[in-house]
Design a protein around this ligand. Sequence first.
Ligand SMILES: C[S@@+](CC[C@H](N)C(=O)[O-])C[C@H]1O[C@@H](n2cnc3c(N)ncnc32)[C@H](O)[C@@H]1O
Length: 169
Amino acid sequence: MDFKGMSFFFKMRDFFKDPMKKIEKTDIKKGDHVLDYGCGSGSFTIPAAKLAGSNGKVYAADVHPLSSEKVKKQAEKYQLKNIETIQTDCNTNLKEASIDVILLIDVLHNLENYTENLKEFYRILKAEGSFWVDDHHYEGSQIQEKITENNLFKFSEQVDSLYKFTKLI
Ligand SMILES: C[S@@+](CC[C@H](N)C(=O)[O-])C[C@H]1O[C@@H](n2cnc3c(N)ncnc32)[C@H](O)[C@@H]1O
């Protein structure tokens, strides 16, 4: 599916299932710095930015050039000034240990070199930060295996379809 087709599909998905309902199950709080990796058209970026508030920040990263355009339009629509877009397939150029929460929603199955992405997430996540993964293409056990196999993260808890990981220090 191309990006526009995907965006339309997600618009339908979000109409029937409010993305905020998923995001409020994570531990994003006011003032947090969040990375929404593989953000697509920003379905989960917007609720994350609302939860992080004006003192927080959401970095919306995606490999596709149309993603940034879409996310910026959404941010304007909801008058959110705390969203910054990043176009990348791995490196974010974010500061080491600067991020409180990483979201990886419906993206893990798309990552061809996920070990490299995990190294980058490890680098930018704060020691006490959380990393939330959701991917309906995998069983929960497969998600846990993929995220923990390199001894960078440990499984912390499951909240519905979301799996929370923390850094192994
Ligand atoms: C199935 S979509 C999910 C979008 C969004 N997270 C959501 O659930 O609405 C997967 C997204 O991951 C992006 N993606 C795939 N590989 C990527 C990579 N290596 N780095 C960054 N983004 C990637 C795609 O461009 C696409 O927007």
